[in-house]
Design a protein around this ligand. Structure first.
Ligand code: GLC
Length: 420
């Protein structure tokens, strides 16, 4: 077995705290993050199934009464992070942020259940997880589907998981920054300035957060009041796939699933409204400013992850994906390199991320196996050469951001040991 497989396992174990795992071992992210935890759980499933289940249990322990699962849970009240539990001040038993993140957990759980023979205790735990995930997904339909179209919207860039993507530039330019806004960034103390979001973006992030606090995170008010409200195609694709996977889990555990079938069909029909014929691409839609967001982002291709029944459409989109990174030494960049917003080093504005490669890889496995294998090979090679970092340059493969990054390690384990 490759030495790096052992190193990947060790990274997860070293980053593990009581029942959950930090995204990295440095001070950049000293808490539990929603979609990080889901990816991490998949990693554990290859060597410690109980840790895999516990990771999700701890995440879902932070679920709010209304069903929302926060994007961050602050199990340890750490004052070195900004914005931490006191800034969010949500008043929950497990201190948390007041927004969510891409709901990929059901898809991850479904892979784990398919790949493993669970004993009775583990099965009971998974049953509880499925019940909580059902409530989480219902929360989206109830609170984030403004037009009752089966398409849900996000209210903060952090909800997307790709925080400072150029996708949000226009929408953020319309946000009125709070007067006398004052806060202290802590991320720049532990990472390079030119790899992190700009201060002008942070001003928007914190203005939005402060606004949410004034309505006490009431979901109804948030949806109507937020100065940022977007139907993100990446987020919706992950959600559609997660609903399909959850549906299977509901059936498996003999839980009520009819509403889910209906919602999936509705989403699957209406998601085509986001298709732009001329560009042969699905684009996100800015509900606040009433415009389509025509930015060539890798996350637009997450539509392939949703496994649309329309094969002709899938084939057309894959054609486009094949041209996304033709001149790059390594792929996939988060933004198409010939776009003016592309930056080689800055966080979600260009670099390669292991989780986005993984999502695209999983999307293609049942549609274009050779392309999927090419992505797998290249991602493994990137890690073999440069280690388990947060993100990488598409020009040189050089790593940026945090080292010993948990989801890079976890997804490496899936690439190397997963049944595909
Ligand atoms: C950053 C990323 C987000 C991730 C978090 C923890 O905020 O943008 O996607 O979940 O860090 O790794």
């Amino acid at each position: 077995m490759s030495n790096l497989v052992e190193i990947a396992k060790k990274i997860l174990l070293d980053n593990r705290r009581s029942g959950y795992t930090l995204p990295t071992n440095n001070k950049l992210y000293p808490a539990q993050w929603n979609w990080d935890s889901a990816f991490i759980s998949l990693g554990y499933s290859y060597f410690n199934i109980d840790y895999a289940i516990e990771e999700l249990e701890t995440l879902l322990e932070g679920q709010w009464d209304d069903g929302m699962v926060p994007h961050i849970l602050f199990h340890d009240e750490d004052d070195t992070y900004f914005p931490n539990h006191t800034t969010w001040s949500c008043g929950k038993e497990i201190p948390s942020s007041g927004i969510t993140q891409p709901p990929i957990a059901a898809s991850i759980l479904s892979i784990i259940v398919k790949n493993n023979q669970l004993n009775e205790i583990q099965n009971r735990k998974v049953f509880n997880l499925v019940c909580k995930l059902k409530k989480y997904h219902e929360w989206f339909f109830k609170n984030r589907d403004k037009n009752q179209s089966g398409l849900i919207s996000i209210i903060h860039p952090w909800e997307s998981g790709y925080d400072n993507s150029p996708l949000w530039d226009y929408a953020l330019s319309k946000v009125t920054i709070e007067k006398n806004l004052s806060y202290e960034r802590r991320d720049l103390e532990v990472s390079n300035n030119d790899e992190r979001p700009l201060n002008k973006d942070y001003d928007c992030y914190i203005t939005l957060l402060n606004q949410f606090k004034t309505v006490n995170y009431n979901p109804n008010k948030l949806l109507n009041k937020s100065m940022f409200n977007i139907i993100d195609i990446g987020f919706n694709s992950i959600f559609l796939k997660a609903n399909k996977d959850l549906l299977e889990l509901l059936k498996l555990f003999k839980l009520d699933y009819l509403d889910f079938e209906e919602m999936i069909n509705k989403t699957e029909d209406n998601i085509f409204d986001l298709y732009n014929e001329k560009e042969n691409m699905f684009f996100s839609f800015d509900l606040k400013n009433n415009v389509q967001i025509k930015i060539p982002s890798l996350t637009n291709f997450f539509i392939l992850f949703a496994d649309l029944k329309n094969n002709d459409m899938n084939t057309k989109i894959i054609k486009n994906l094949e041209e996304f990174n033709i001149d790059e030494k390594y792929f996939f960049t988060t933004i198409k390199p010939d776009h003016h917003s592309f930056e080689e080093k800055r966080y979600w504005r260009g670099p390669i991320w292991i989780n986005t490669n993984w999502i695209i890889y999983k999307s293609l496995i049942n549609k274009n196996r050779s392309f999927a294998q090419k992505i797998k090979k290249q991602t493994i090679q990137l890690i073999n050469q440069n280690g388990f970092h947060e993100y990488y340059s598409s020009k040189t493969g050089l790593p940026f951001g945090a080292n010993n990054f948990s989801w890079s390690a976890a997804l490496y384990l899936d690439f190397m040991l997963g049944i595909n």
